[in-house]
Write a protein that binds this ligand. Sequence first.
Ligand code: NAD
Length: 509
Amino acid sequence: MTVDAIIGRVPAPRTDELLGARPIWGSFIAGSFVQGEADTFDVLECSTGRHLARVANASVATVDRAVADARRAYEDVWRDMSPRERGSLMRQVAAVIREHAEELAELCAREVGKPKRDALRVDVVSSHTNFDYYAGIADTVHGEIIHQGPVEARVAYEPYGVVAAILPFNWPVQHLAKKCAPALAVGNTVVVKPGEQAPLAILRLIELANQVLPPGVMNAVNGMAAGPALIANSRIERVTFTGSTATGRKVMAAAAQHVTYVTLELGGKNALLVLDDADLDAAVTVAIEGMFYNNGMACTSTSRILVHDSLYDAFAERFVAAAGGLVVGEPLDSRTDIGPLVDRRQQDRVETYVNLTMDEGAKLLFEGELPEHPQWSGGFWVKPRIFGEITRANTIAREEVFGPVAALMRFSSDDEAVEIANDTDYGLTAAICTRDETRATRLATRLEVGMVFVNQYTRRTFVGSPFGGVKGSGFGREYSAETLHEFVRAKNVRFPSGHGEVPTWPPRG
Ligand code: NAD
């Protein structure tokens, strides 16, 4: 196929008009974009490296204003609305997201580098599903009365007030929804801080949501200084953070200043265990999706693929063949499986890991092809790679690469597989391929992770089941009913119950 034919099949972007109409994307506070913020940074198109949009860096004063306005909306409107009223508005937010699905998916594709096809099927669907789900269960967090003889406790579950939601770049609209929807459902208002590489889909979604929400309920501030400024604001009484483990440590330390409750969803170095009784083709399918989905820029990426000795060679051969069938291409092309990475820094980081792994003497089993065209020469492309015979001594067996680089490792017994899988500071996910469910259950209990996938690794939305890690992958659970309870705190008000005398001190008689 000629290069012009390749270019010709990429549809023209639909979001050019939106981007052209807005020279600067400011912070979004109390229902509108803030005008006149002079300090800006550029968001780039991942496939070309060209300028996509200018975004204003929020100053500390702007962040404080966002928090103050969010607090006002909390006290004046949102806190005292009935859960059903809040739920009804959140369902309207879900509907607006559905109406603008194409546009939001395209923004995600252009600023993150992920295939638009996947953004549409997964990111955007997850986004409106979260709003619908939490709208539906908003009224399930209610108080209780606990009788203890002459005294009764009336327990109310109260929102925190203003929640800071600090997000990474890799699933913009999905992360926004999984944090904001449960927080809003139980009466908090939010100030969102998007990842600076990819703030556009988030800002657009918040603008759309503000067509139905009261002003101040959902706000956004941008730029590197905004995260620390939010945590430093004493009116932020709850922080929910997703990002790297290194940043998570800083967030936790900063939150200690005001003793603020934090949720941390952090990095991963996840292991897929292909046991000796696995269905080989099914295991390859799991490995391909686990490893290469979202260009490998996934906290849940199965970047360590542990294969039993008896299957290792056959698996490696089929895995390489399957990887060779993946289409590396322009994110807007519906046939693309793997796009470019998010920015130059991420591209350099991944290439550094590849070079290091080569220097360590690892075996490069596969290197993919990149699309060639002058238009793409400035983009942040990285060839997908598979390394074989990786051991625990290799750097990529321990550190999160966050790109399309797979590490194949051998094991000879279930015990050894568990030992290798657990030999990491992280603990987000693991996957097991086996024909024996009992064996899978036994191993799952021994794996030090928050989630175990058996014989599948689908990224399709599973809202309603808890997601989160252990060890260096953080704590807190998202996407589930228990998440609602993480955004309220109990207040215990005690009354005489009318049953018997309330004991006093000092005792009389
Ligand atoms: P990052 O840690 O660099 O940044 C995340 C966010 O934190 C950004 O918005 C950034 O501006 C902000 N930030 C940076 N320094 C801060 C500070 N001192 N105080 C407050 N906020 C600060 O992460 P990234 O590169 O955007 O995302 C990739 C990382 O996120 C990977 O490690 C990945 O595994 C992780 N991740 C985890 C999950 C999960 O659910 N466990 C999901 C997606 C991504």
